[in-house]
Design a binder for this molecule. Structure first.
Ligand SMILES: Nc1nc2c(ncn2[C@@H]2O[C@H](COP(=O)(O)OP(=O)(O)OP(=O)(O)O)[C@@H](O)[C@H]2O)c(=O)[nH]1
Length: 313
């Protein structure tokens, strides 16, 4: 009988240029010294400066300098993922440090390709937000908003010079942009690996923060209904909108009920990728459909209009 091989855990690090990705990566690597770790660095230009800054012992460092791995068709990421599988010993973790302006939805999408999924399991997408300038970046660079929206973990870095009220305000703003992510802080990379290793947040936050006037345009719309969806129509409308408007619709997550089934289904989308999979039964819970949409200037009425064809009896 063939021995079952455990998929390699993948962590994607995002965050604008200089936010502290390499610093935090080094801290994580030092905490994971007893494991086999591989780092994939993506940087623009011929010389990968960050490579020299990865201080901790790692088993392999792959440098991808020929373009941004999120947007180039002939990017080398797939090739590297293949090479890793041919190594004598499989690593435990692969860390991918993206360029500061990466469209992370596209990179996440690669880990949903069946052939990739067989060997790699995307454990977490970690966005590092620079406490000193994340708001300015949000206004200037649309990818920053996407990076926050797509994250499973948001680390606010460089917090030393931030007064407590400012830090609370920043945390609230980021939480409002992505209520699905686990939020933590760090100064010079001091963040404990095990605090964010499996940060499954409850789907819908206990308290909803009323929309405040914020300098960024990323927001969340919560859709709740006791009604069941028509599964085929829902797949169609979500797939269509994720593909047609990837620059407006960054992420969808939620549990739904569908007509003709008692099952609870988990809906997830990041970028253009959409999945709807069985997620056990409802247990004590009253079956209902709850979906969180994260994107740019999303309106409740628009989301209701998008979903309406899938709710018709
Ligand atoms: N004051 C302060 N500086 C920090 C902190 N974290 C990182 N830095 C500094 O910020 C600069 C950028 O940090 P990096 O870790 O290289 O950031 P990066 O996101 O990898 O940068 P790019 O690869 O250029 O996108 C370096 O000079 C770090 O020493 C922090 O928490 N506080």
């Amino acid at each position: 009988m063939m021995k079952e091989i455990k998929p390699i855990k993948v962590y994607i690090l995002t965050g604008f240029l200089g936010a502290g990705k390499t610093t935090i990566l080094n801290s994580l690597l030092s905490q994971l010294k007893n494991y086999r770790n591989i780092v994939i660095e993506n940087e623009f230009g011929k010389v990968n400066i960050d490579a020299g800054l990865i201080a901790e012992k790692i088993d392999h460092l792959y440098e991808l300098t020929s373009g941004c791995i999120c947007c180039s068709l002939d990017n080398d990421l797939m090739e590297v993922l293949g090479s890793i599988l041919r190594l004598e010993t499989r690593p435990d973790h692969v860390f991918i440090e993206t360029t500061g302006i990466a469209d992370v939805g596209n990179i996440i999408g690669m880990f949903h390709i069946p052939d990739v999924k067989r060997h790699y399991s995307l454990a977490s997408t970690i966005c590092i937000a620079d406490a000193e300038n994340v708001f300015e970046r949000l206004q200037q660079v649309p990818e920053t908003g996407k990076q926050i929206a797509c994250a499973d973990v948001i680390i606010i870095n460089k917090i030393k010079h931030l007064a407590v009220p400012q830090l609370i305000f920043l945390s609230q703003q980021l939480e409002q942009m992505n209520p699905l992510a686990y939020l933590t802080t760090s100064e010079n990379g001091t963040v404990a690996f095990n605090t964010w290793q499996f940060p499954e947040k409850p789907l819908v936050p206990g308290i909803t923060i009323p929309p405040v006037k914020s300098p960024h345009k990323v927001n969340t719309v919560l859709f709740e209904s006791p009604a069941a969806f028509d599964l085929n129509m829902l797949m169609f409308v979500l797939d269509f909108h994720c593909n047609a408007y990837p620059d407006q619709l960054y992420r969808i997550k939620g549990y739904i009920r569908v007509t003709g089934s008692n099952d609870r289904l988990l809906v997830q989308s990041t970028g253009k990728y959409l999945s709807i999979l069985p997620a056990g039964d409802w247990g004590e819970e009253v079956p209902k459909s709850t979906l969180v949409f994260i994107g740019k200037e999303l309106k409740t009425a628009t989301i209701q209009r998008i979903l309406a064809p899938a709710l018709k009896a």
